[in-house]
Ligand binder design. Structure first.
Ligand SMILES: [Fe+2]
Ligand SMILES: [Fe+2]
Length: 281
C-alpha cells in the first residue's frame, strides 16, 4: 500500500475480450481511499458494463465513468435495445444505482494528493470536424474514409436518436458542457475527463488519418485554456501517452485490445495517477 490515496485513471477496458476481463478482475486500489476514473469503452453490452463498474465500485472509494463510443453501440447481443440518448440515459441510471458518478452528476472535488481539483466527467462526443486532408465537409470526410476502407464501426451501431445525426447530438452536448464548465469556480483547477481527446493534436499520430473524424470535435479545442485546467484525461485512441498542449498535461490512459497491449506488454502500473505532475511540483 502506498502512503496516501491517489486519483487514478484508466480507459478502454474492452472487457468483451477475456484477457481484458481477467485484467479488470485483478484491478485493486493501492490505498482504500483511491478514486478511479474510467474514461469510456468498458464494453459493448449493458451486462458487461454493469459487471465491470459494479466490481470497481466495490473496490475503489469513488468511481467516475464517462461513456465511450462502445458503450453507446446498440448491438444484437445486448438485452437492452435502446438507442442514442435513451441508451445513454439508461447507462446513467444504472451508474446511479451502482453509486458510480457520470457526466450528469455534480462535478466532485478531489481534496487528496495534488488537489484540490474539480473532476469534470464529460460526454462531448465527436462531429467529424477532424477531417482528413482535402475534405471541407463531413460528407467529403466520410467519402474519403469509405474510399480508404477506414470506417469506424460507430457508423453501424452508434445511433443518434432522437437527434438527426451524431454531430447534432455532439453540438447539443458541447453547448450544455460549456455552460457547466463556465459555471465552475475558476479558482479550483479542473481535471477534464472525456473519452475522445478534446484537442486534435493526439490524432496526428493515428496510423490511419481518416479515422480522426470519429475522434473528437474542433469545438472543444480551447477548453483547456479557456477553463482553469490542471490536466485532461482521455482514451479512445489506444495510444497511451503523455503530451502537453499550451502547458496543460494531456494523458491518454487506455488499456486497449489484447492485440495492441500484448506486443508491448502491460505497463507496471495499469492505473495512472493523473495528478502525478502536480504532486511532484
Ligand atoms: Fe476503445
Ligand atoms: Fe473509443
Amino acid at each position: 500500500m502506498s502512503g496516501t490515496p491517489q486519483l487514478l485513471a484508466i480507459s478502454d477496458l474492452h472487457i468483451g475480450h477475456a484477457e481484458n476481463r481477467a485484467i479488470v478482475e485483478g484491478l485493486q486500489p493501492d490505498h482504500p481511499g483511491d478514486w478511479l476514473i474510467v474514461a469510456g469503452d468498458v464494453a459493448e453490452t449493458t451486462t458487461d458494463i454493469k459487471w465491470a463498474l459494479e466490481l470497481l465500485k466495490s473496490r475503489f472509494d469513488t468511481v467516475i465513468w464517462v461513456p465511450g463510443n462502445h458503450e453507446l453501440w446498440t448491438t444484437a447481443k445486448d438485452l437492452v435495445q435502446l438507442r442514442g440518448v435513451r441508451r445513454y440515459e439508461h447507462l446513467v441510471a444504472m451508474c446511479r444505482r451502482l453509486g458510480v458518478l457520470t457526466p450528469e452528476d455534480e462535478f466532485p472535488v478531489w481534496t487528496g494528493d495534488g488537489g484540490p481539483v474539480r473532476i469534470a466527467p464529460l460526454f462531448a462526443l465527436y462531429d467529424y470536424s477532424f477531417r482528413p486532408e482535402g475534405a471541407n465537409t463531413k460528407e467529403e470526410a466520410l467519402a474519403i474514409a469509405h474510399e480508404a476502407g477506414i470506417v469506424c464501426t460507430d457508423e453501424y451501431f452508434l445511433h443518434p436518436d432522437p437527434y438527426p445525426s451524431i454531430d447534432a447530438w455532439c453540438h447539443a452536448r458541447i453547448a450544455e458542457t460549456e455552460r457547466r464548465l463556465a459555471a465552475c469556480d475558476p479558482d479550483v483547477p479542473l481535471v477534464l475527463v472525456n473519452h475522445w481527446p478534446l484537442v486534435r493534436q493526439p490524432t496526428r499520430v493515428l496510423r490511419y488519418p481518416e479515422f480522426a473524424q470519429w475522434c473528437g470535435t474542433e469545438l472543444s479545442a480551447d477548453w483547456h485554456t479557456r477553463f482553469n485546467t490542471a490536466t485532461a484525461v482521455y482514451g479512445h485512441l489506444h495510444i497511451p501517452r503523455h503530451t502537453e498542449y499550451d502547458g496543460v498535461p494531456f494523458q491518454e490512459v487506455s488499456l486497449g485490445y489484447p492485440r495492441e497491449w500484448k506486443p508491448r506488454g502491460l505497463p507496471a502500473k495499469l492505473l495512472k495517477p493523473v495528478l502525478r505532475a502536480r504532486v511532484a511540483s
